[in-house]
Ligand binder design. Structure first.
Ligand code: PHB
Length: 398
């Protein structure tokens, strides 16, 4: 089994190169022999601001497969990895390496919404079984939904809606939004606005920064002069860490509450140190969730990787869990697409995040939790909402 738990940028590029080499011989693919490995393409960021997110997803998927003896549905799993660098402008080329070059049987990707939109278009046209372990672009499970595309993470608006409601409940009346200006940030803010405005909140200004820019100073100065009660921000990975540090260095953490989706703190809560204290977030996961799956997952992940999992790892875990359910239903034969997709669509299981099932557009229905970052730990505050489904607007899979 080609199955490494740590992927360096060099490995990813090497594999990308291998993909390109295969592309030159499109007819070289052998017929699927019984027992032949199932090629699973991983289009994920292994470099750039989201590198740690790609690693966490990959680690958890690898752990899941290893715990099943290296096989899902009787098929040995062969990962084929391509580093997408979270670059939308390279998304078509990188997806094609896996779909046309490597002729993968299953595609898993990715983290960045812009990359995922381009990936999904190719996957939809190819009818390839595809699982999205992070990217939240709303359209993927609204107008652009497809029978072969499953999301195991969230829709971008979902945490925003939960946070906006929690902010109203906390008595906040005025806010400024400050986010990366691409699909994930825009849709996160759109979700936040829905519930915050409906609750009578007022938005003083919407400030944006192009992805993956981390020069936060100008926006922070604007916030200081506008003096809102709170700020709502979408940043993630390395960018989120720098943001929390800059926010605190500007002294804003003393006077303006910082709120966001969980991504603002996930995976960087320890590194943020004191700068992160008091940051409040809404997420579909909290480290301390008291359920058996979470406890086992956290212990096993820590034993394997010498660190504890974050929300991205949970999403990776659920991705392989969902795939496993589908593959078992068809005895590992992915050509039985109707049965494969039906089993996945109807899957219902206990995730480390809590109960997990899919909506009619194949996006998770799950709980949202309010957390507060205290001394490097996202502390559970309360369940913000249960069984939350994103609207399936524009999607019909009947
Ligand atoms: C996205 O681009 O959809 C995205 C990226 C990172 C996150 C969440 C969403 O943490």
């Amino acid at each position: 089994m080609h199955n490494k738990s740590r992927i360096t940028r060099r490995d990813a590029l090497k594999l990308a190169g291998a993909g390109a080499a295969v592309a030159a011989f499109p007819f070289a693919r052998p017929a699927i022999a019984q027992g032949a490995p199932l090629k699973v393409g991983l289009l994920l960021p292994y470099s750039g601001t989201f590198a740690a997110l790609g690693d966490a997803i990959t680690n958890a998927m690898d752990l899941y497969v290893k715990q099943q003896g290296g096989k899902l549905g009787g098929r040995t799993i062969q990962w084929v990895k391509v580093d997408d660098e979270s670059k939308p402008e390279r998304a078509v080329e990188n997806t094609s390496k896996l779909v046309e070059g490597e002729k993968v049987d299953v595609l898993i990707g990715t983290v960045h919404s812009g990359v995922a939109m381009a990936m999904a278009k190719i996957a939809r046209e190819a009818g390839l079984p595809t699982l999205i372990p992070n990217a939240g672009a709303n359209a993927l499970t609204r107008s652009q939904c497809a029978k072969n595309i499953f999301r195991t993470s969230f829709g971008n608006s979902q945490p925003g809606v939960a946070a906006g409601k929690a902010m109203i409940d906390a008595g906040i009346k005025t806010a400024v939004t400050y986010t990366w200006g691409y699909a994930a940030g825009e849709e996160s803010v759109e979700g936040f606005k829905q519930s915050f405005l409906a609750g009578g909140g007022k938005i003083l200004k919407e400030v944006r920064l192009p992805f993956p820019n981390v020069e936060f100073q100008a926006g922070l100065a604007e916030i200081a002069s506008l003096k809102p009660q709170a700020v709502y921000s979408f940043y993630a990975g390395g960018g989120a860490l720098k943001y929390m540090k800059d926010y605190a260095a500007a002294g804003l953490n003393k006077s303006v509450q910082l709120w966001g989706p969980g991504f603002l703190t996930d995976g960087v809560e320890k590194a943020a140190g004191e700068a992160g204290n008091g940051v409040k977030t809404a997420s579909h996961y909290v480290d301390t969730l008291d359920n058996a799956e979470n406890k086992k997952f956290r212990a096993d992940y820590n034993a394997a990787f010498k660190k504890f999992p974050d929300v991205y790892a949970v999403q990776g875990w659920d991705t392989t869990h969902l795939l496993d359910i589908g593959l078992k239903a068809v005895g590992g034969d992915v050509s039985k697409k109707d049965d494969l997709f039906k089993a996945m669509r109807n899957a219902k299981f206990n995730s480390p995040r809590g109960p997990f099932r899919l909506s009619a557009s194949q996006n998770p229905i799950h709980n949202f939790y309010l957390r507060e970052l205290k001394n490097g730990e996202n502390v559970f505050v309360k369940v913000a909402a249960t069984d939350v489904s994103d609207p399936t607007t524009g999607c019909s899979l009947a």
